[in-house]
Design a protein around this ligand. Structure first.
Ligand SMILES: *Cc1c(COP(=O)(O)O)cnc(C)c1O
Length: 414
């Protein structure tokens, strides 16, 4: 692969071949993909990208696969919505929402990372894929593995939302519900990954998987007319997505696809699982693991693998990390639905509530161009809002009952 030199340790910079590896054997630092940007620069252009498929595969020159995309061919290239109503409600003049609630095929941003991970896993020759998941990742792996004819095991905490459990089972993978939280699931999966020759998308092929998140940055810039936003608000679970959005923007700048990036990267966490936000608040440069207790289950990672790097990215870019309560999360979901007609899951509620908080604090400026990442669909987390919406007005099937129950009087003839 001319575009890829191999893997490189994020800490000690030791280089490795492009294999299913994820930890440096010398310093135990995480490995990431080491691109040959000089080579990429020769062929990439705005024009070439614009002519590509209407999916994340239009950015294949910057993705760690050897051949063509073979899985998740319709993932990505989701709408960039100008949110005038929500902007007016919270005092922002130029607000956009990157709407991954309609991602294909499983309605969350995880369809991106899985498209890249499974394409790479097939190139490596794996016949079985697996993951440790807070919910959405398992949905994406289950669906895309079914289509790719790969054997599939997904590991989830046993207390997930019912739609996310069903959203695995329907594709007929082996679903393993672990009595424990995500951090327990992840620890178990690391052990399993060292015993079985499976492609664990977020463990042994994590360096490739994580690169899929960069496509959110590429799409953001392209859909805004080849420019970077002044502010972004990104939800944090493991912290990978946030770091990769920044990386993606920086790559585009380096390759001359956009002008100098001055984007301020802001992070969003639920108060019930806010290890990165707490480190930011307490001005620490290390993460203290926590035990999650939040309705935002997709963000409930108490010991985030990329938490340290997410914190570093936010600081480098001059951003902030805020947290919101369960009640604020529900308010965020409802505000987004009522103003923009978008039904987001709890993670989206976290993002909107934090966006509102940062706008109120003046940390996101009224005049700036802000993008918030809405990463999953609300039908997956109905439990969170079921008790906070009105009930239908129930009537008999006649005009009298309609007018009586809705306090109407028909204008015609009266
Ligand atoms: C996984 C997930 C995230 C965050 O992902 P990380 O890369 O682990 O920080 C955000 N939103 C939703 C809906 C997710 O499922």
């Amino acid at each position: 692969m001319a575009k890829i030199k191999g893997l490189i340790c994020r800490e000690c910079k030791k280089e490795y071949p492009a294999e299913p590896l994820h930890v440096c054997e010398f310093c135990f630092g995480p490995l990431e993909v080491n691109y040959n940007y000089d080579e990429i620069k020769k062929s990439i252009s705005r024009e070439k990208i614009s002519k590509g498929p209407a999916s994340l595969w239009r950015y294949i020159d910057l993705l760690p696969v050897a051949g063509e995309g073979s899985v998740g061919l319709h993932a990505g290239f989701t709408p960039m919505v100008q949110a005038r109503n929500l902007g007016a409600a919270i005092g922002l003049d130029e607000l956009y929402l990157k709407n991954d609630t309609v991602n294909h095929p499983t309605l969350s941003f995880k369809d991106r990372v899985v498209a890249v991970a499974l394409t790479r896993a097939k190139e490596f020759g794996f016949d079985t894929v697996a993951c440790a998941s807070t919910g959405n990742l398992a949905n994406a792996v289950s669906a895309q593995a079914a289509q790719a004819r790969l054997k599939c095991y997904v590991f989830i905490p046993s207390d997930l939302e019912s739609a996310k459990i069903l959203g695995n089972l329907i594709y007929k993978p082996t679903v393993v519900a672990v009595d424990g939280n995500y951090d327990d699931v992840n620890r178990l999966c690391s052990e399993i990954a060292s015993e079985y020759n499976w492609a664990f998308v977020n463990i042994n092929i994590r360096p490739y998987y994580a690169e899929g998140s960069k496509t959110l940055a590429y799409e953001t810039a392209e859909q805004l007319g080849w420019r970077s936003p002044d502010h972004v608000v990104v939800p944090i679970a493991s912290g990978s997505l946030l770091t990769k959005i920044w990386k993606g923007l920086k790559e585009m700048e380096m390759l001359g696809l956009i002008d100098n990036v001055k984007t301020v990267v802001n992070g969003a966490q639920p108060e019930g699982c806010s290890p990165v936000a707490m480190a930011y608040k307490e001005k620490r440069d290390f993460i203290k693991p926590v035990k999650p207790k939040t309705i935002a289950k997709s963000l409930a990672i108490g010991n985030p693998a990329d938490g340290y790097y997410a914190l570093k990215t936010v600081k480098e870019s001059g951003g902030a990390i805020e947290m919101v309560t369960d009640r604020e999360i529900v308010e965020g979901i409802k505000l987004l639905a009522e103003t923009e007609g978008i039904f987001a899951e709890t993670a989206g509620g976290v993002t909107v509530a934090v966006l509102r908080k940062l706008a109120k604090q003046g940390l996101i400026k009224k005049k700036g161009l802000a993008v918030a990442y809405i990463t999953g669909h609300g039908l997956k987390t109905q439990e969170a809002v079921a008790d906070s919406v009105d009930i239908p007005v129930r009537i008999e099937p006649n005009l009298t009952s309609f007018e009586k129950n809705l306090n109407m009087s028909s204008k015609k003839g009266k």
